[in-house]
Design a protein around this ligand. Structure first.
Ligand SMILES: Nc1ncnc2c1ncn2[C@@H]1O[C@H](COP(=O)(O)OP(=O)(O)OP(=O)(O)O)[C@@H](O)[C@H]1O
Ligand SMILES: [Mg+2]
Length: 399
């Protein structure tokens, strides 16, 4: 492992420790204030107050030890020495130069982390694997069957993954585990190489955005603009930057003309596009759609699907789409098939659709295009793997 990679990992740990310890410090100081006021009312004796004060002092001392960032200073110093000892203008030199710049950046970040005590910290990407699930199990209650039962999967950054499965197969439960609403009973989750824990879940959430099923449940603001701004205010984005971010995200879903409109007056498809813009404004790396098109009319459905394909084509986001719409899986790079809490298949749409009987056996439909292909195959025509109707027509005409 390179020194900087190790330092980046340490930086994440450093932020988490600061964050955790800051909470401890706040609690200890509150306890002290309460003890003093109780003493004033003669509810406790001076011994009690002294003990609480001592506790506070200990926590404060520990905090000081934790804010020791000499490791990062040392890492930057070593990178500088390495740069000095390298012959100028060689390939090695420029490599050492890049490493040095990164080491300085990490050191500066450690200072920022001390200043904001780990709050508002951003975890760094440690890997190009957007999501890694390792044997995830979850049950809603002790003694109940597992709603998610031993799911392991790896998804790389930039992929569009469709999650399909019969009702009750565990899709929504799995998505709630991924976004950190539910903690798995066993198993581990890594997001961009960061192992998700109870303590860093808030920081991990910054990698994630979600668009839900019901467009009407996602609105808070009185205009589209207010609505997109809401999440930004929550994240304490500088007001001067907001207007640009709002316009940019609205453009990505072609809703820039509607910024002053009232959200409730929009069509279903438009509402979902605004919901996507609100998620995009926070620039998540992973975007999850939980049946985001299921309540829309055909026009709305195709509008939203179109946006999802455009997002996929930028390869800037990793997209998960939970869906009952079998036609949608043709847009995906990979398909996860869930059945009774288990991931029973993971592959390209072509691979998944080559097992039509299996899909039927777990009560899943076959996409319309694939149904036509199947009918043609039964008539002896060799057509397969068309992603949409146009492609199918082309394929037939070539025969
Ligand atoms: N809040 C809950 N409490 C108890 N059991 C639950 C709860 N939510 C879901 N379950 C159970 O967990 C299992 C998985 O449900 P989940 O909602 O994840 O499935 P799903 O694939 O999203 O289904 P659908 O396609 O109907 O949305 C089901 O057996 C369901 O009854
Ligand atoms: Mg569901």
């Amino acid at each position: 492992m390179s020194d900087n990679l190790k330092a980046t990992e340490k930086l994440n740990e450093f932020r988490l420790k600061l964050n955790e310890h800051n909470d401890k410090l706040v609690r200890a100081s509150q306890k002290m204030i309460i003890a003093r006021s109780k003493f004033a009312k003669r509810e406790v004796d001076i011994e009690f107050v002294k003990n609480v004060e001592k506790e506070y002092k200990d926590v404060k001392r520990e905090f000081k030890e934790i804010t020791d960032n000499s490791f990062f200073a040392q890492n930057a110093k070593e990178a500088k020495e390495k740069l000095k000892s390298t012959t100028k203008n060689t390939k090695e030199y420029w490599k050492a130069f890049e490493e040095y710049k990164l080491a300085v950046f990490i050191f500066k970040e450690s200072k920022v982390a001390i200043k904001d005590r780990g709050h508002g910290g951003q975890l760094s990407k440690l890997s190009d694997t957007a999501l890694k699930l390792d044997n995830i199990k979850f049950r809603y209650r002790e003694g109940h069957p597992f709603a998610v039962n031993g799911v392991s999967v790896e998804v790389k950054h930039g992929d569009y993954v469709a999650i399909i499965g019969h009702n009750g197969s565990g899709k929504s439960t799995l998505s709630k585990i991924i976004i950190g609403v539910l903690l798995p009973t066993t198993g581990s989750i890594e997001i961009y190489g960061n192992k998700v824990t109870r303590n860093n879940i808030n920081m991990v959430r910054k990698f994630l955005g979600i668009v839900f099923q019901n467009p009407d449940n996602q609105f808070i603001g009185s205009t589209v603009r207010d609505d997109i701004a809401f999440g930004l205010e929550n994240r304490r984005v500088e007001p001067s930057k907001m207007a640009d971010i709002i316009l940019e995200s609205a453009k990505k879903v072609r809703m820039e003309e509607f910024l002053d409109h009232e959200p409730l007056m929009l069509s279903g498809g438009q509402k979902q596009r605004v919901a996507i813009a609100s998620a995009l404004a926070l620039s998540p790396n992973i975007l999850i759609f939980d049946e985001a098109t299921s309540m829309l009319d055909p026009k709305g459905k195709s509008e939203v699907k179109q946006i999802m394909v455009e997002l996929k084509n930028t390869r800037e986001k990793t997209i998960f789409s939970i869906t009952h719409d079998m036609d949608e899986i043709l847009n995906a790079d990979k398909v996860m098939v869930m059945n009774k809490g288990q991931l029973v298949k993971f592959g390209t749409p072509k691979e998944i659709l080559s097992e039509k009987d299996f899909l039927r056996s777990i009560h899943l439909d076959i996409p319309f295009v694939a149904q036509i292909e199947e009918a043609l195959q039964n008539e002896g025509m060799k057509v397969s793997g068309s992603a949409n109707l146009e492609e199918l027509v082309k394929n037939i005409c070539q025969k």
